[in-house]
Design a protein around this ligand. Structure first.
Ligand SMILES: Cc1ncc(COP(=O)(O)O)c(C=O)c1O
Length: 382
């Protein structure tokens, strides 16, 4: 294999640093995926995933990235011409709209400014005017902008209508408070590589009884992502219909074990603390945060570049000189913002080191960015 620099600290909003414990179990030999041992491992992994989802709903692990389960959610519930409400305030909300369009849904886009949050009253108004809406999609944590949506409040609205509530928690589950059952989420999707801190390649989906009723009446439009096939294999043998990634399942199981060992509450508190420290640090350096104050994510922080800073130069310096990777902006925000991920297994020293490197990189680019680390330290000591 080509030698690569695998030592860089990943402070991007996924994939994230994978703990050694998780990496180690993935070196175990491959076992047959239709064996008793693997069946028990899968059952245990699903059980842990349900604890993290905080749901009693059936849940499945899918070999495929987060987009696979976003696709699965729509393919199995929406037929051609069905009305879908896609709440969009970033690139991933828009992805649900694009997927809905692929399946030829009659998709209504409820757009909000990137960096702001969706308004539950606006959702209610649209549902009142369109009683035939079959599904409402939303992204909890908009990784593209660093803003998070009020999914509990919107769930409280959607529950009074026939529509299914489909929520992407790909960059929040295991880092920010999500309670699938309390939030009335019918289909919740997530990925392995963000707050859960496993490698990329697996995803998970929880499906309520109400959603299954719709799935059973929906035309099968995807072979690999057919939920009916997943349910059948699970109900019969606690298996997946097709060959799962055995090594990644080892890793996901161990990563979920670590999430539960830390405890969900403590994990949410850690993410919130790191987010506060990152925000305080960047603001003390003179940066303007991109997401509106009321909408700020606890897993990724976005900041506007000061005038004249070149995104490629800045992030290049961070990566090549200081060995830290942060992300740039997406779509219209390319070159305008950068994003720091502080999710998964991130700790104080990752955030402090990143802020110190950001200070140094900005100074090298002629911008006085003193004081970021001190402000973050103060916040961490609170
Ligand atoms: C909120 C959100 N949704 C969906 C995705 C897509 O997931 P994947 O790249 O694993 O397919 C991402 C990835 O960054 C994300 O952050």
């Amino acid at each position: 294999m080509k030698q690569m620099d695998t030592e860089k600290l990943l402070m991007i909003p996924g994939p994230t640093v994978v703990p050694t414990r998780v990496l180690n179990v993935m070196a175990l030999p491959i076992i047959g995926h239709r064996t008793k041992d693997f069946g028990e491992l899968t059952e245990d992994t699903v059980d842990k995933m349900k604890q993290v989802f905080q749901t009693k709903n059936e849940s499945y692990i899918v070999t495929g990235s987060g987009t696979a389960v976003m696709d699965m959610a729509i393919a199995n519930t929406v037929d051609k011409g069905d009305k879908v409400l896609n709440i969009v305030n970033g690139a991933f909300g828009d992805r649900f709209y694009k997927i809905s369009s692929v399946y030829k849904a009659d998709a209504i886009k409820l757009e909000n400014e990137w960096g702001d949050l969706a308004d539950p009253n606006a959702v209610k108004e649209i549902l009142d005017e369109n009683e035939d809406i079959k599904a409402v999609t939303i992204v909890h944590n908009e990784t593209s902008s660093g803003a998070k949506n009020p999914i509990e409040e919107i769930g409280n609205v959607v529950k009074d209508y026939n529509a299914l509530y489909i929520v992407d928690t790909i960059s929040s589950l295991g880092g920010d408070y999500v309670h699938v059952d309390k939030f009335n989420i019918d289909i919740c999707v997530t990925g392995s590589q963000k707050c859960i801190a496993a490698p990329p390649g697996l995803s998970a989906i929880s499906v309520s009884e109400k959603a299954f009723e719709v799935v059973n009446k929906t035309e099968t439009k995807s072979f690999y992502l057919d939920l009916k096939a997943y349910k059948k294999s699970w109900d019969k043998n606690k298996e997946t219909p097709y060959t799962p990634s055995v090594s990644l399942t080892y890793g996901l199981n161990e990563a979920l074990e670590m999430v539960l060992e830390e405890g969900l509450e403590k994990r949410f508190e850690r993410h919130e603390k790191l987010a506060k420290a990152t925000r305080a640090g960047l603001e003390a350096m003179g940066m303007e945060l991109f997401a509106k104050e009321k909408a700020r994510s606890v897993t990724v922080t976005s900041a506007k570049y000061p005038e004249g800073v070149d995104d490629k130069k800045f992030r290049g310096l961070l990566a090549e000189k200081y060995n830290i990777r942060v992300a740039g902006g997406q779509a219209d925000l390319t070159g305008k913002i950068f994003r720091v991920g502080h999710m998964g297994s991130a700790k104080e020293y990752h955030v402090l080191g990143t802020l110190a490197a950001i200070e140094l990189a900005f100074e090298e680019l002629g911008i006085n960015a003193d004081g970021g680390v001190s402000a973050a330290k103060e916040m961490l000591l609170k």
